[in-house]
Design a protein around this ligand. Structure first.
Ligand SMILES: C[S@@+](CC[C@H](N)C(=O)[O-])C[C@H]1O[C@@H](n2cnc3c(N)ncnc32)[C@H](O)[C@@H]1O
Length: 250
């Protein structure tokens, strides 16, 4: 790599955002162990025994490992300043095991998860963590179920609901601009308060990308900000959304 390229990379927007996230976490530390102390690891182990992991399943699917998942989700919470924000209403789509919302709850936020009800382990962990969850599927171009009001923040981490049909090992036919536009309009009109935000966090595909160029362009037209796997939207597409925001519940 040429020196100029290295220097450019060092000062890229992503690198600066990453550094700023890191500094914000260091200047406002939160004790992961005090969070871990609130979680019954034995009960999680019992759940895993009851619902064993598939032998080929990757390590990332060790949802019984509270230490690992608290570390990941505490970073997510800190990067959105939810550890210092006044209480807000948060909806997490595809909430999985529920650790993200559990930590949000410890910081006094009002939480709701939505997930398809196909994984008994997730049913068990959300119940154990006291995370309220609406069992429902997200379908392309179909409005979401009624979730009882509007939210200040809608999140979706390591999303999979945009995958429609498997086309090969790790390759999926995914939502295009039509499906994403429908989804974002539905969220903005029915679920987001004025001043609210939507954060989508994508799993990397086998080629390292997160989505195709037409989808990126669609997100851009919807006012998105991009940071690595994350795409952030404001309630109003003409407003620049902020990752770090102190929101008051309205
Ligand atoms: C990779 S997991 C991520 C879980 C969690 N957000 C996290 O970051 O740990 C994807 C989640 O999306 C859910 N999911 C996948 N497709 C869905 C759909 N069409 N509707 C609702 N949930 C879906 C799965 O059940 C799973 O909980």
């Amino acid at each position: 790599m040429r020196v100029t390229h290295k220097v450019q990379k060092l000062f890229s927007v992503d690198a600066l955002l990453s550094l700023s996230e890191h500094i914000a976490r260091r200047t406002h530390p939160v004790s992961a162990s005090s969070i871990l102390n609130t979680i019954d690891q034995e009960a999680l182990d019992d759940l895993r025994q009851k619902y064993p992991r598939h032998p080929d399943s990757p390590k990332i699917n060790q949802f019984e490992d509270a230490r690992y998942w608290v570390r990941i989700n505490l970073k997510r919470v800190q990067d959105l300043w939810l550890d210092r924000s006044p209480p807000i209403r948060i909806l997490d789509l595809g909430c999985g095991s529920g650790f993200f919302l559990y930590i949000c709850k410890l910081f006094h936020h009002d939480i709701v998860g939505l997930d398809r009800d196909t994984n008994p382990l997730f049913r068990g962990t959300t119940e154990l963590l006291g995370v309220p969850r609406v069992p429902s599927d997200i379908h392309p171009c179909i409005p979401l179920v009624d979730l009882g009001g509007k939210f200040d923040l809608v999140t979706a981490y390591r999303i999979c609901f945009q995958r429609m049909e498997k086309q090969g090992k790790g390759v999926w036919k995914e939502w295009g601009p039509k499906e994403w536009t429908f989804f974002l309009n539905d969220l903005r009109s029915r679920f987001l308060k004025p001043g609210g935000r939507i954060l989508l966090d994508f799993n990397p595909r086998t080629d390292g990308t997160y989505f195709d160029e037409p989808v990126r362009e669609c997100f851009r037209q919807q006012g998105a900000r991009f940071f690595r796997s994350k795409v952030l939207f404001a309630a109003d597409p003409r407003t620049r959304p902020k990752f770090k925001q102190l929101t008051s519940r309205s």
